[in-house]
Write a protein that binds this ligand. Structure first.
Ligand SMILES: [Zn+2]
Length: 144
């Protein structure tokens, strides 16, 4: 009896907490969980959270306003024209612009996404005043 009650409380708390975090209604979260997992099991909360975060990210990526913003960003200003690591030209890469990274993504035309990631890693160190992890031929600071 007590066990059942606490399981129900866990469920209610989890749904409320998640709804708040994702700005979704509790009904939407229940529906998404039911579709994919069926019955609620408190031991699977980490898995539920991962699944819901992916859905939220998809929603963000497919949002019309967001798409328009990303398209504009790609055309106008997407980062350095020259790869800071090797100096090759760059092109926008919208896959690297998402809810975790508000900085427009770009790809190095010579080496690919690796130089963008190296540059991102460097920026964290630059921000902390630490030595760079990867040598840069054309240092460019990330624009916030
Ligand atoms: Zn490069």
């Amino acid at each position: 009896m007590d066990n059942k009650l606490s399981k129900k409380d866990n469920f209610t708390n989890f749904i409320a907490k998640t709804a708040k975090a994702l700005s979704w209604t509790e009904d939407k979260i229940k529906e998404e969980l039911r579709k994919t997992f069926g019955i609620y099991d408190p031991n699977n909360e980490a898995q539920y959270t991962r699944h819901l975060n992916l859905l939220k990210d998809e929603e963000f990526q497919n949002n019309a306003e967001e798409k328009e913003r990303r398209r504009k960003m790609a055309n106008e200003q997407y980062g350095p024209e020259k790869c800071p690591i090797c100096g090759a030209p760059t092109k926008p890469d919208l896959d690297w612009y998402n809810k975790y990274s508000k900085v427009p993504g770009w790809t190095c035309k010579a080496i690919g996404i690796r130089h963008f990631l190296w540059w991102r890693a460097n920026n964290i160190r630059r921000y902390r005043g630490e030595p760079l992890a990867f040598p840069e031929l054309y240092p460019v600071e990330e624009q916030a």
